[in-house]
Design a protein around this ligand. Structure first.
Ligand code: ZN
Ligand code: ZN
Length: 387
């Protein structure tokens, strides 16, 4: 089968190549990939020489760095179940209804963080922060391929018998990323509150849409690049006030103080950018007693004034990683199926109109890196789905 592999961690780029189709083992499901999406992690892997942290992460479970073997990258996708492992019969014996189990021909996606199932976190409902997590597409073979094999418990059913009607593959391809945004909004509890969302990449834009859906009272957003296009999307997604902070955040600070009278700040800040200046903005904007939720990942350690920013203001900080297994997924499916505020249609606006073959990966990554698209999708098995 065709795939995109990272052959050498110390050289930029990927390798488009042919490998044997993966075998499906006990308790596993083999999925034919309809559409796969690209996220920030994939861009870091593509430009690995500029991102030493991702090289370190990809070597995390190796005895020594030289033990690295080429990995198929990619972790956002949707597809059709091609084959289920040999425990399928045991499952049938349990007499479960067909509509809750994954069978051949079903339309699915998957949680690509594979928790160990044994550590104290896994055993207490916190598998999303498992200390032994393996991520498919980072530590194990991922989904930039015609087929991917995933443990059955990580497979998420999107439509029985190949029913693509509720969640189109253009959106089904990036539910991993949408899940990060849903998890952020769940943790932030934005209902009835004023919210500032810092950074309007795909995750910030999705968080804007969700904050509106979850009943935020006023939504401020900030961005520093491509502002015309991103602010247009943000307004359509429910943002009330948009601020270009490329040169200064003074106007943003002034407007928040003027509008959030009495509290001198917003109830909740969602930091989605990882930009060093956004951390200063976050703790400047949050009201005393408010909450700052951190999802963005700074490239380097950030120097920070904890006394003024956190202690004296009594601020709560929450970090968000991955998606809760599987509460976040269940919530996300309900949101998509209810389709309030045109959620599915609006999410599809984030995706570049044309889909790419795996062999066109250079063009695809250059398009993303140049900022010409927010999200784009690969169709490794063209013909099944036009994109
Ligand atoms: Zn990702
Ligand atoms: Zn674990």
């Amino acid at each position: 089968m065709e795939c995109l592999r990272k052959d050498d961690l110390h050289a930029d780029g990927l390798t488009w190549t042919e490998v044997p189709e993966p075998d499906v083992g006990h308790g596993e499901v083999k999925i034919k990939v309809l559409a796969a999406s690209v996220c920030g992690t994939d861009k870091s892997i593509y430009l690995s020489t500029q991102n030493p942290a991702i090289i370190e992460e990809m070597q995390r479970y190796l005895d020594r760095p030289e033990a690295y073997r080429p990995i198929i990258i990619g972790h956002e996708f949707c597809g059709i179940v091609e084959e289920v492992g040999e425990d399928a019969e045991a499952l049938q014996a349990l007499g479960l209804r067909s509509d809750i189990i994954v069978e051949k021909g079903d339309y699915v996606t998957a949680e690509m963080h594979i928790p160990c199932g044994h550590c104290a976190l896994c055993r207490t409902g916190n598998a999303h922060i498992c200390v032994n997590v393996r991520v498919k597409g980072v530590h194990l073979d991922g989904c930039y391929a015609q087929y991917v094999v995933v443990p059955r418990q990580n497979v998420i059913l999107l439509g029985k018998r190949g029913d693509l009607s509720q969640i189109p593959p253009r959106v089904g391809a990036f539910l991993d990323a949408l899940g990060n945004a849903v998890h952020t909004i769940q943790v932030a509890e934005v209902g009835g509150k004023s919210v500032a969302i810092l950074g309007l990449g795909p995750l910030g834009l999705m968080a804007t849409l969700l904050a509106r859906l979850y009943g935020a009272t006023r939504i401020y957003v900030t961005e520093r690049v491509d502002v015309e296009h991103r602010f247009e999307l943000a307004r359509a997604f429910g943002a009330d006030l948009c601020f270009d902070v490329a040169h200064s955040a003074a106007e943003l600070y002034r407007e928040v103080r003027r509008r959030e009278k009495g509290a001198e700040g917003v109830d909740v800040v969602l930091e989605m950018s990882g930009s060093p200046s956004a951390y200063r903005d976050a703790f400047e904007l949050v009201r005393p007693g408010g909450t700052v939720v951190l999802l963005g990942i700074p490239k380097e350690p950030v120097l920070f004034d904890f006394a003024n920013g956190v202690v004296w203001k009594g601020v709560t900080i929450k970090g968000v990683f991955g998606r809760r297994m599987f509460e976040t997924w269940e919530t996300m499916l309900k949101l998509l199926r209810s389709d309030r505020l045109g959620l599915t249609e609006k999410l599809s606006w984030l995706v570049a109109p044309r889909a790419y073959r795996l062999g066109e990966y250079e063009e695809a990554f250059q398009t993303l890196l140049a900022g010409h698209a927010m999200k784009l999708i690969f169709t490794p098995n063209p013909g099944d789905f036009a994109g």
